[in-house]
Design a protein around this ligand. Structure first.
Ligand SMILES: [Zn+2]
Ligand SMILES: [Zn+2]
Ligand SMILES: [Zn+2]
Ligand SMILES: [Zn+2]
Length: 378
């Protein structure tokens, strides 16, 4: 059932607020493709994003509160300069404006709330993920068979040449890991936003042999991996522009600054990487040399960090559980693909604040994904 609902386009801090009438189509759910390409994942921190078309450019006042980042020859992305929320995209070739799907806020007292903001019509750039990302669990949605493409429409090719079969998409999770051995004990996973202004190294989890490593809220059953899950809360959505944000829960002491000059360990005179400064100590602008990190304190206890150059969501840290930092999975650069499954233990079927999710269809697919993935994953 289609319905129109009063809406707004907003970021978490409120600097960005445009009337919903700026949207080209106000009949929800909006039929849209999910883009899984590298720039979309690495500028949002997510595993895929949707882009509803706008009638025109956002207002002049809104532009004064946005930071622009040109991610390719024709695409410019705009994020809130204060809270880092990716908000708009301009396609120079088509002279068209888009918003991010996650910044759409429907009026709360609307009795006829649509169940979804977005109804997925297609998956674009599936092969950029290497491992298929979320696509294997989003092939059939409520009786719709969703086309899966290796690129996007509008490129100078016949759409047929982009068509991937569902069978080939389902083979990606296994194929991407192949015979690669698990990461060694002292190895690091790279995490980088799209512009590489935030470049981090994450030490492989080692919960069993290092008791000083903080064990997270729920311990992973595999001690060599970090737990990963989704959050669908309003605050995460309005700082990353997507309805479900993937996080890996990592002790901050295992995260290092890859852009800082290496330190010399005095006892062994070996080089060692500089730990990331996080939480209250990160407010000092010299605390993380070489990183383009910016921070938005959404409460006195809660620090949301993003890249000040490309706007990528980087992390969430809360003083109530200071020994865990939630790192946005979209910036991870695991060779095995977008979900970094040699390093992360995914809590399939778990999504914090799933009751708040504005895209029920996507959320339900994730909540029910355990049995689907057990058949094709390992
Ligand atoms: Zn903002
Ligand atoms: Zn994209
Ligand atoms: Zn959240
Ligand atoms: Zn960046």
């Amino acid at each position: 059932m289609h319905m129109t609902a009063t809406s707004k386009l907003k970021c978490l801090c409120g600097s960005i607020s445009e009337p919903g009438a700026l949207l080209f189509n106000l009949e929800f759910p909006l039929s849209l493709e999910i883009c899984h390409c590298n720039p979309c994942r690495q500028t949002t921190g997510s595993l895929g994003a949707v882009f509803p078309a706008l009638n025109s450019s956002p207002s002049k006042d809104t532009h004064s509160k946005l930071t622009a980042y040109q991610s390719s020859g024709i695409i410019t992305r705009y994020f809130c300069s204060t809270c880092g929320c990716p908000c708009f995209v301009y396609n120079q070739k088509q002279n068209e404006w888009f918003s991010l799907g996650g910044i759409i806020e429907l009026s709360r007292n609307n009795a006829t709330q649509p169940r979804d903001i977005v109804k997925v019509s297609r998956h674009d750039f599936v092969l950029d993920t290497v491992d298929g990302g979320l696509v294997p669990i989003l092939l059939n949605l409520n009786g719709r068979s969703i086309p899966t493409w290796s690129a996007a429409a509008g490129l100078d090719h016949e759409p047929d040449s982009f068509d991937l079969s569902h069978a080939s998409v389902l083979s990606l999770p296994k194929k991407s890991i192949g015979d690669a051995p698990p990461p060694k004990e002292d190895s690091y996973l790279t995490a980088k936003c799209h512009c590489e202004g935030v470049s981090l190294l994450i030490k492989r989890a080692n919960y069993s042999s290092n008791p000083s490593d903080e064990v997270p809220r729920q311990a992973p059953t595999d001690p060599t991996k970090y737990l990963a899950y989704f959050c669908a809360c309003r605050s995460c959505r309005l700082t990353s522009g997507v309805s479900m944000v993937p996080f890996a829960l990592i002790p901050p002491t295992s995260i290092f600054n890859a852009n800082a000059p290496a330190l010399i360990d005095e006892s062994s005179s070996k080089q060692k990487v500089k730990p990331l400064t996080y939480g209250h100590a990160s407010s000092d602008s010299n605390s993380n040399p070489g990183l383009t990190l910016k921070h938005h304190w959404s409460s006195p206890d809660t620090c949301r960090s993003f890249c000040g150059k490309c706007g990528a969501t980087i992390s969430y840290w809360c003083n109530k559980r200071p020994d865990g930092l939630d790192l946005a999975v979209g910036i991870l650069r695991g060779e095995e693909g977008s979900m970094a499954r040699r390093w992360l233990q995914w809590e399939r079927g778990q999504c914090s604040f799933h009751e708040e999710c504005i895209d029920r269809e996507l959320c339900d697919a994730w909540l029910g994904s355990k049995s689907v993935m057990e058949k094709i994953d390992r």
